[in-house]
Design a binder for this molecule. Structure first.
Ligand code: 1HE
Length: 265
């Protein structure tokens, strides 16, 4: 295990096949300034083939307080578009990068912090987590892909309500609404996220590719196109030697069966 500081505000730790990317700007509640947004993009683009899954976490009591509001200076409209597009590129590098990404959430997951969490493939929240889009009360709009990704998690009506009224979702309500897939006791989100990432890292690469790059596209397609894309991806995945050996292992009694889950969330 080695932790590499990318900057004072971001670190990268390699744990076997799992990369842990950590926001370390605790004094500012991990608010994302432009440098941090660009460093995030660079880190996610830098993963080589040995990295098979990633975890993104925030140090301290809060995952991320969103855009660094002190940088919201006098931009004109065109500069504003470029700024938002910079966020889009960075969060695309998370969502459409080489590996599945698990977010470990605690405390504030607000504004751009919720946009970052929404770009991940799985979200694990602890009981202290809360979700909000304070852009509404700051007189601005989301700019980091939130209008595309948040409704896909929780629906247009919830996002509209959050931005119009400042509504904050606590951890249990947020999990029920669809912000997180796992809800764990306080302080346990990171450990669970790493556990999930290690499991994901053991999947066949074709499966992880299908789930992070193909499934989201199928979900956007018409049923007819989606079924065709599914058939093509299924054929690609099952033709890989790794799929054949995994199926053979099950048939020969060497692979785990599916067991009833004890988990409630
Ligand atoms: C910040 C930021 C920030 C904290 N930009 N400096 N996001 C927001 O509107 C959320 C604003 N933040 C908060 O509501 C609270 O800070 C928290 C609930 C996240 C945490 O509260 P708390 O009591 O633990 O910390 P604090 O005392 O409010 O903040 C500690 C310091 O962090 C303080 O600075 P200090 O120099 O006085 O110590 C805060 O000013 C600073 N800080 N959050 C800058 N966001 C791509 S578009 C996305 C658009 C958005 O994300 S808008 C939503 C922005």
């Amino acid at each position: 295990m080695s932790v590499t500081p990318i900057s004072a505000d971001l670190s990268l730790e390699i744990r076997g096949a799992v990369a842990v990317v950590r926001l370390t700007r605790v004094a500012k509640r991990n608010a994302l300034n432009d440098t941090l947004v660009m460093d995030l993009r660079d880190v996610f683009e830098s993963f080589g083939p040995a990295i098979r899954a990633a975890v993104i976490a925030g140090e301290g009591e809060h995952f991320c307080a969103g855009l660094d509001l002190s940088e919201l200076s006098e931009r004109d409209a065109v500069q504003g578009v470029h700024h938002s597009r910079m966020w889009h590129k960075a969060l695309d590098a998370v969502q459409a990068g080489k590996v599945p990404v698990v977010a470990a959430l605690q405390g504030a997951v607000v504004g751009g912090g919720l946009e970052l969490a929404s770009a991940c493939h799985i979200r694990v929240a602890d009981q202290t987590t809360f979700y909000a889009l304070p852009e509404g009360s700051r007189g601005i709009f989301v700019g980091g892909g939130g209008s595309v990704r948040v409704p896909r998690l929780v629906g247009v009506a919830r996002m509209t309500d959050m931005m119009l009224t400042g509504r904050v979702y606590n951890a249990p309500d947020g999990e029920r609404a669809g912000f997180a897939q796992y809800l764990v006791p306080q302080g346990e989100a990171f450990a669970r996220a790493v556990e999930l990432a290690e499991k994901i890292a053991g999947n066949a690469p074709a499966t992880n590719f299908a789930l992070t790059h193909v499934l989201p596209r199928i979900a956007e397609q018409s049923a007819d196109h989606g079924l065709m894309t599914e058939a093509l991806m299924a054929a690609v995945a099952q033709s890989a030697p790794e799929a054949k050996s995994r199926v053979r292992a099950f048939l020969e009694g060497r692979a785990a069966k599916v067991h009833r889950s004890e988990e409630t969330a």
